[in-house]
Write a protein that binds this ligand. Structure first.
Ligand SMILES: [Zn+2]
Length: 120
């Protein structure tokens, strides 16, 4: 037990289980890209490697006010093929293009336009 807590073992323990501080390394030219995110990952052998992952597509925004749309999935295009249509966008007029508030305004405005035209 004493041996386990002695300096040599502690140092070894730290060397094996504690991750070393990540160094900022110059990226080679072909990997210099904003399309990919860089992530320092410690693999089982103890080495730290850089992984390059594709960025997730951005959130869908309303065409009128620019707010983020609700009820929309944010997935890679390849995975979008396997998702249900109902999960991709809300099933209402202007679903996936306008937010609910802007859609309401647009429909009411159109209806008022029609009324004003018919009264003339
Ligand atoms: Zn909107």
């Amino acid at each position: 037990m004493f041996l386990f807590y002695s300096g040599i073992f502690l140092r070894l323990f730290r060397k094996v289980f504690k991750a070393p501080p990540f160094k900022r390394i110059m990226v080679s030219g072909r990997l210099k890209s904003r399309t990919f995110t860089r992530k320092q990952v410690r693999i089982l052998s103890g080495k730290t490697i850089t992984r390059y992952n594709r960025r997730k597509p951005g959130k869908a925004q309303c065409a009128d006010c620019g707010d983020y749309l609700k009820g929309m999935t944010q997935r890679f295009p390849g995975k979008m093929q396997n998702t249900a249509k109902s999960k991709k966008r809300p099933s209402r007029p202007y679903g996936g293009v306008l937010c609910s508030g802007c859609m309401r305004k647009k429909i009411v405005g159109r209806f008022r336009n029609i009324l004003s035209l018919s009264s003339k």
